[in-house]
Design a protein around this ligand. Structure first.
Ligand SMILES: [Zn+2]
Length: 289
């Protein structure tokens, strides 16, 4: 993947290296955010165990990280998603949006914990997430180290792009009015959650499809994203953490499904309303969308 300088930039705020004033890990903030925000795939409770060393005060985030070029990297990536989604919103004229221009999301880079502006205070341990109230994606870049070393994912650039694309997918859902709450009554909360997550993976794939020529996305890039998609399937995370998995507690979809929908989005690039609505078709079980 190549991010060149002529690309549009997204709006990224670098809050890393701020002071650690609040207790990390527990508290009301963490509970609040667990209910509202959308994650990449790590249940906050499980995340606490995975990165317990960090959240519990063992390991520490090093330095401020501000000189590492990450703000530059993420603003180019976010800019690429802006370009693609503006175009898709124009072309698809979604009934709820009626051809209005795509509203760009913000992104906040943080370390340790962050005030999300409507979804509470979140510790790094929850992993990247999107807060619908502030329309922002929140990311502690050190997550990718954990992803590779502890979950068997990849920290390659495009794998990170997939994760950001997934969170931007939640933003697209927010704009288009897809939300867990409106479907859980007829489908159960868990199923509605899985539909949302698989659709977000699909939307990440749609972005990658439309960005692939400009960003020179190649097979190795896709392989790194698929490795990550596989590593954060609920069954994988649970197997790693507990030695076995419990399908009834899944909320993001199994590894094969995450893979399947990212791939389908990447191959078809189809962001039409009809295709997106299918993720919420009552006659189709969430696990065989
Ligand atoms: Zn998600």
């Amino acid at each position: 993947m190549e991010l060149n300088d002529s690309e549009e930039r997204g709006s990224v705020e670098d809050r890393r290296g701020g002071k650690k004033s609040l207790a990390i890990g527990g508290g009301i903030g963490a509970v609040v955010i667990a209910l509202i925000a959308s994650y990449i795939g790590i249940d906050p409770k499980v995340a606490q165990q995975i990165v317990g060393g960090v959240a519990g005060g063992g390991a520490q985030t090093q330095g401020t990280g501000k000189a590492d070029g990450y703000a530059e990297f993420s603003s180019k990536l976010l800019g690429s998603t802006n370009t693609v989604w503006k175009d898709q919103f124009r072309k698809n004229r979604y009934s709820k949006y009626r051809g209005a221009a795509y509203e760009e999301p913000g992104m906040v880079l943080f370390s340790d914990q962050v005030e999300s502006g409507g979804c509470g205070v979140a510790p790094s341990a929850v992993g990247p997430f999107y807060c619908p109230a502030s329309k922002k994606v929140f990311l502690d870049p050190t997550f990718f180290e954990e992803l590779e070393s502890k979950l068997g994912g990849s920290k390659a650039e495009f794998s990170q792009a997939y994760v950001i694309g997934h969170e931007v997918g939640h933003h697209v859902q927010n704009l288009l009015g897809y939300e867990t709450e409106s479907y859980q009554a007829k489908d159960g909360k868990q199923n509605a959650g899985i539909r949302m997550e698989l659709q977000a993976d699909y939307l990440a794939g749609v972005w990658a499809h439309h960005a692939k020529d400009k960003l020179k996305i190649n097979q190795d890039d896709i392989a790194s994203a698929l490795k990550t998609a596989r590593s954060i399937g609920d069954n994988r995370i649970q197997e790693k953490m507990k030695g076995k998995s419990w399908p009834e507690s899944f909320n993001h979809g199994r590894d094969d499904q995450r893979l399947k929908y990212f791939k389908e989005g990447f191959e078809t690039g189809d962001a039409s309303e009809g295709r997106l609505n299918k993720f919420f078709d009552r006659n189709v079980k969430p696990l065989d969308l």
